[in-house]
Design a protein around this ligand. Sequence first.
Ligand SMILES: Cc1cc2nc3c(=O)[nH]c(=O)nc-3n(C[C@H](O)[C@H](O)[C@H](O)COP(=O)(O)O)c2cc1C
Ligand SMILES: O=C(O)C(=O)c1ccccc1
Length: 389
Amino acid sequence: MTHFGDHQVSIYAAGMLAGQIPAWTTDLASLERHAAEVLPPEALGYIVPSAGGGLTARANVAAFEQWRIVPRMLRDHATRDLSTEVLGTPMAAPLLLGPVGVQTLAHPDGELATARAAAALGLTYVHSTQAGHSIEQAAAANGDGQRWFQLYWPTHDELCESFLARARAAGYTTLVLTLDTTLLGWRPRDLDRGYLPFLANEGIANYTSDPVFNALLDKPAEEDPAGAGLAFAGVFPNPGLSWEQLPWLRERWDGPIVLKGLQHVDDARRAVDAGVQGVVVSNHGGRQVDGAVASLDVLPGIAEAVGDELTVLFDSGVRSGPDVLKALALGADAVLLGRPYLYGLALGGQEGVEHVLRCLLAELDLTMGNAGCSTPADLVPELLVRSPR
Ligand SMILES: Cc1cc2nc3c(=O)[nH]c(=O)nc-3n(C[C@H](O)[C@H](O)[C@H](O)COP(=O)(O)O)c2cc1C
Ligand SMILES: O=C(O)C(=O)c1ccccc1
């Protein structure tokens, strides 16, 4: 049982008694501003912005504001327990570190720092296909921790099989198949800078550490980074994917499969028929379809349609403990965090990631307690009312 609130409060209480203030802000909403002060322009320009004019990214955050918590009183919450189990994976809290590519842009330790932070807090690390460190390196950093692998399904079957075999061998238990990025979205901030990390061989470590990928190259990646970048571009976009291909993947991965990026109830119903175990209701943090519906707005409908048959995860716009509470109350079994932990990574590597997670979990724990809730099972729709925006 983990009392994140007590833990965090005691850390800061001890610090305050010693006349210290925390190294970084505990106000997660302002983390982006702090990270912006330390991140190089390319990194900042890649991580922070979203597709188009940012309508969906803003809507994701704003959607949480229309839901308000109705705290309940005199419900003993002296003993609180945030722990849960999702698809057989034990979690200290219903929060995963979502798959984010190219974390080496934020900090040289990149995914290694994130995988270590996740393990230290008993949370699940999700390794991106676009990571700056390889499947095996991140697994070693994650150690005894819990880890899932996110797949961008390459157009090259043998490469896909190789990724799956490596992930399985390195102890990743669940496969997260991302469906919303078969083409990179229209991202003016990257386009205007003429910058894409992959062409500079940032974020293709899983590929350049793969024998099948390397066999596609004329020269080793170290000798010809541009060639490796182009070879990546030859296998990455996969707009031809369709539901008909899912059985192929199902046959090649014997653990749970989660489809990430669903926004429509009918797609969630098809996921049930496809024999997968879960979905992530997500619009990729607004980085793909600008103008897409806010992710939280479609969560209740999807949870109602498939919540009894599939594990329902959620991301896009989670910025605080109360946000996690709201997503769970609206039907999510757990949420994935995106940009906020990247800001922590930028500020302080592993410690920075841990700081963000501790703050978020402490705020969740304290908010739950003050609302009269002791466990994730207490987070039900009746805890919320809808207020005008
Ligand atoms: C810099 C960056 C890189 C990302 N890379 C991936 C990725 O490789 N695979 C993936 O499935 N999602 C990726 N995502 C999307 C996240 O998994 C997640 O859906 C999104 O960040 C959630 O929104 P939030 O940032 O508002 O929390 C990325 C997001 C960011 C910000
Ligand atoms: O930038 C992203 O959001 C992302 O998911 C991605 C997709 C392909 C290559 C690199 C990153």
